[in-house]
Structures are given as structure tokens and as C-alpha cells.
Design a binder for this molecule. Structure first.
Ligand SMILES: NC(=O)C1=CN([C@@H]2O[C@H](COP(=O)(O)OP(=O)(O)OC[C@H]3O[C@@H](n4cnc5c(N)ncnc54)[C@H](O)[C@@H]3O)[C@@H](O)[C@H]2O)C=CC1
Ligand SMILES: C[N+](C)(C)CC(=O)CC(=O)[O-]
Length: 474
């Protein structure tokens, strides 16, 4: 049975939590006092559906069920996790947390999305919440700062990992936890720069995104500065830049007066900078960029890329009735082109992923390759039979047409979620010795496993389209 998350307050952050749980197979119930909440959450979930699955090379679990409630007790009934995401006002948090702690099962984790309150403040009227502070968009960014009693945060951390998040346990409670203290420093300094007429909102954004913003996603602050110290590393970096702290470069000791003039100045410049796009369009642009960056990080396993790989490793392997299912995934937007469908290169990429998976199935896995043996593709034939759109499911089955000696002859069928055959990829591989860079016989256990498949598939009908050449009439 699916686990259940209750989202109390379904605005920017609550909507993101709803999407994160739902797309990871949890049932989600929402309680929000805003009559527009269902529509707004629907738009957030639509954005999540087009981006979150694109992070993975395997399909996420089937979505859970989403329900909306006007009664708080009904919403939290049977919940395993209750996440409070109402506006950042302590009196409101006390009232809502008090009510939901009374109504929720004693076994449920109670998380608060608060950006700045400490658990001791949240719980001073008898609630039992932990801080579970996420980052926008919650459905894509893995970080959740967890603050509270170790017995609760350990339990919460395990659940968050299971939905692809990265719990960072904040060991000592402090206003605004770790990340928001850093963000507030940058935010406060930026407000000064605009107020003093040094820079516009657009210029500050360029300063971030053309330079250090790119560095931070993959190495953070300290690792980046260690490299900036040259071969002598951090000690040299500190000796060189330590004295600047005394000059000082910053005005952080002070806060600009937060009045209507400042709000109008910042909001006016922000409208001039980005007002040509709606918030939903900006969200989609942000999400597509985040997906591209996070997929790039998967390759090295750096930062959020490592979290994706670890999460994907927990997904169940798909099974087929007669043929092995070698790929089951959703098509990322980045695989589509100017014609509004999956670009031809990615049909071959899906076929190559199927070959990699089949190699793993017969034992020619990462360890086998690291030990110096592998298969190389020597010929492929792709038939493009139907269009595939972004977000659609793609399922690849693999039939062995031959597997004697050094040769492995595979036939992949690429099927869309609706069962239509979108393509076939027929491919011939040769077993290789990676040291000699020459073809060689596979290890006996690999040969034996391949022979098993070859014998089992020999009894199946030869696939339609196998052995075709380019331009051949049907
Ligand atoms: N917006 C952001 O970038 C981030 C916000 N947070 C935190 O998340 C929490 C929520 O912030 P946002 O989602 O930005 O606010 P929001 O204003 O977008 O959403 C708040 C939602 O709570 C609902 N609400 C108000 N009173 C309620 C009640 N008594 N019961 C149920 N629902 C109620 C509102 O109708 C609204 O839909 C805050 O604690 C904030 O500090 C955390 C991380 C990032
Ligand atoms: C501005 N903010 C304090 C609400 C930001 C956060 O809490 C985290 C985020 O997503 O940047």
C-alpha cells in the first residue's frame, strides 16, 4: 500500500512537497485555506511532471493519489508524514502545528518548512515538529535541512532519502539554519548594492550566474576556494584573502531600511529585468536548466548528481514476460528538438542504454569492464517508426538474435507508454580486450549466460524488420 503524506499549506513550497511525494509514489492529501489552492498546486505538479522524471534514466514509481480536504483532521488521518508549509509567522505556525499534532497519527513525522524558526520556538506550545526546510523547487532540489531531536531527524532522513532528497542534519539549532544564513548574507548585500545605486538587479544576477553561481552547484564554497589557493591550497588562499575581512569589503553589519521605497526600487527593476515572462514560464525555464545541470553532475557524481545516482539505484528493475526489459524511462525535454518530438540521436541513445543494461544482465557489468574486458558496437540499424514526445514513457525489450564466440547480435524494440512501437535498433557487438584493444573471447561465465539467452530466444519468431537494410521496401 502507498504511504501517505499530508501537506498543510499548499503554496509555493507546499505545492512542491506535494509534487515530490506524489511523483515518488506516495498518496498525498492537501489542506489549504485558499479556495484557489487546488488550481495552483495543479500547475506546480504539471511543472514537476515535465521535469522530475527527466533527471532519471529509469522510470519513477507509479504516481500516488492526490486529494484535497477542507477538514484538517481528515487530511492528516493515516499519514506517515505531515508537512506544515503555512506562511512564516510564529503565531500561525503555533496554531496550525498544535492542531495537526493533535489530529495526526502518533507515528507520523511532523515536518515544518520554516525558513528561519528553531524547533524550540515552533514547539514552545507543545507541538512535536522537526524543521524540514526544503529549497524551491522542492520537486527538483534535493536539500532538506533537518533540525530537531536525533530520534526524529534520523527517521525523517531515511524517508527523505527514499524520495530522492538529501537530508542535511543541522546539529545545533540556530535562527535560519545553515543555508538561509548564507542566502540572507548575499540577499542583504545585494539590497545594499541596489539601494546605493551601485548595481541593478539584472547586473547582480549576471555577477552571480556568469561566475561563482556556476562553481557553487558542483563544489560549494570551501572546495572551490581550496583550488583558488593554487597548489598550496587552502592555507595560501587564507593568507592571501584573509586580510580583506578587515578592510572590509562588505557592509553586512548593517541592514538597509526595509520600506516602500526599497520594495518599489527592487520590484521595479525586477519587472524591467524579467517581467516579459510569466512566473510559470520562468519556473519552466529554471526547471529545464536545473535538469540539464543536474544531469551533467550525474556523470561525475558531484553534489546533487550523486544523490540522483544513489536514488535511482533503489528503483525496482522492470520485468518482461518473455524478453528482458532493458530500459524503462521517461523522455526528458532535453531529448526533444525543433520538430517537437524526440530527436533521432536519442533513439540510438535509448538503444545504447538497452545494450548497456543487457551487458549487465549477462555479467559484463562495470566490474567486468574495469577488469579490462567489454563489448564494442560495430554496426547498428535504427528504424524510426513513430514519434515520441517529452514526458512519455519509453520501454525497451531486447531479443538476442545471436551470441556465439566474440559476437553478440541484439534486437531492441522501443515501445511508447501507449504500447505503440516507436523504433527498433538492431545492433552487432564484438567482445573486446581493453588492454590489447583487440577483439577477444568473452569470459566463460559471460559466454555461458549469453548462450542461455541465445538458446531461449531462438525459439521466438524472428522480429519483423530484423536484418533490414536502408531503403528496403516493406
Ligand atoms: N518560498 C520560498 O522560497 C521558501 C519558503 N519556505 C517556507 O515555507 C513556508 C511556506 O512558504 P511559501 O510556500 O513560500 O508561502 P505561500 O504564501 O506561497 O504559501 C502558504 C500557503 O499556506 C496557506 N495557508 C495560510 N494559512 C493557512 C492555514 N491556517 N492552514 C492551511 N493553509 C494555510 C495559504 O493559503 C498558502 O497557500 C514558510 O514557512 C516559508 O518560510 C521554505 C523554503 C523556501
Ligand atoms: C527566501 N527564503 C528564505 C524563503 C528562501 C528559503 O528558505 C530557501 C530557498 O529555497 O531559497
Amino acid at each position: 500500500m502507498a504511504r501517505k503524506a499530508s501537506i498543510i499549506g499548499g503554496g509555493v513550497i507546499g505545492g512542491g512537497w506535494a509534487a515530490r511525494f506524489l511523483l515518488n509514489g506516495w498518496d498525498v492529501s492537501v489542506f489549504d485555506t485558499d479556495p484557489e489552492a487546488e488550481r495552483k498546486i495543479g500547475e506546480v505538479i504539471a511543472n514537476a511532471r515535465r521535469s522530475l522524471p527527466a533527471l532519471y534514466d529509469k522510470a519513477l514509481p507509479a504516481e500516488g493519489r492526490l486529494s484535497f480536504h477542507t477538514d484538517l483532521a481528515e487530511a492528516v488521518s493515516g499519514a506517515d508524514w505531515v508537512q506544515e508549509s503555512v506562511p512564516e509567522r510564529l503565531d500561525l505556525k503555533h496554531r496550525v502545528l498544535g492542531a495537526l499534532c493533535e489530529a495526526a497519527p502518533a507515528t507520523a513525522v511532523i515536518g515544518s518548512s520554516t525558513s528561519g524558526f528553531k524547533p524550540s520556538e515552533l514547539n514552545e506550545k507543545g507541538a512535536r515538529a522537526v524543521v524540514a526546510h526544503p529549497f524551491n523547487p522542492v520537486y527538483l532540489l534535493p536539500l532538506v535541512e533537518l533540525v530537531g531531536a536525533a530520534s526524529e531527524t534520523d527517521r525523517a532522513a531515511e524517508i527523505l532519502r527514499s524520495i530522492g532528497m538529501f537530508p542535511l542534519i543541522v546539529r545545533k539549532e540556530i535562527d535560519a539554519h545553515i543555508a538561509d544564513r548564507l542566502l540572507e548574507a548575499v540577499w542583504r548585500e545585494s539590497l545594499w548594492l541596489v539601494k546605493d545605486g551601485v548595481a541593478t538587479t539584472a547586473e547582480i544576477d549576471e555577477a552571480i550566474r556568469m561566475g561563482f553561481g556556476l562553481r557553487w552547484a558542483q563544489m560549494g564554497l570551501f572546495e572551490t576556494y581550496r583550488i583558488a589557493g593554487g597548489e598550496a591550497g587552502m592555507k595560501h588562499f587564507m593568507a592571501q584573502f584573509g586580510p580583506c575581512l578587515q578592510w572590509p569589503w562588505t557592509k553586512l553589519m548593517d541592514v538597509p531600511e526595509f520600506n516602500d521605497d526599497l520594495v518599489d526600487l527592487i520590484a521595479g527593476q525586477s519587472d524591467a529585468q524579467s517581467g516579459h515572462l510569466s512566473i510559470r514560464e520562468l519556473e519552466r525555464l529554471r526547471d529545464d536548466n536545473l535538469v540539464g545541470m543536474m544531469r551533467a553532475l550525474r556523470k561525475s557524481g558531484s553534489g546533487a548528481g550523486g544523490v540522483l545516482k544513489a536514488h535511482e539505484a533503489t528503483f525496482a528493475e522492470p520485468k518482461g514476460a518473455t524478453l528482458p526489459v532493458t530500459v524503462e524511462r521517461q523522455v526528458p525535454t532535453s531529448w526533444t528538438d525543433y520538430n517537437g518530438h524526440m530527436n533521432e540521436t536519442h533513439y540510438l541513445e535509448a538503444g545504447a542504454q538497452a545494450t548497456d543494461r543487457f551487458m549487465e544482465i549477462i555479467g559484463a557489468d562495470a566490474a567486468y569492464v574495469a577488469a579490462g574486458r567489454s563489448y564494442f558496437t560495430v554496426e547498428s540499424h535504427v528504424r524510426f517508426l513513430d514519434e515520441v514526445k517529452a514526458g512519455e514513457r519509453l520501454r525497451v525489450t531486447t531479443q538476442v538474435l545471436g551470441g556465439e564466440g566474440k559476437k553478440m547480435h541484439l534486437f531492441h524494440r522501443l515501445e511508447r507508454g501507449d504500447g505503440a512501437l516507436a523504433a527498433t535498433v538492431e545492433t552487432l557487438l564484438l567482445h573486446m580486450d581493453l588492454t590489447a584493444r583487440r577483439s577477444s573471447e568473452p569470459a566463460p561465465d559471460i559466454a555461458a549466460k549469453l548462450a542461455e539467452f541465445t538458446a531461449a530466444h531462438a525459439g521466438l519468431p524472428r522480429p519483423e524488420g530484423a536484418g533490414r537494410h536502408v531503403g528496403q521496401r516493406a
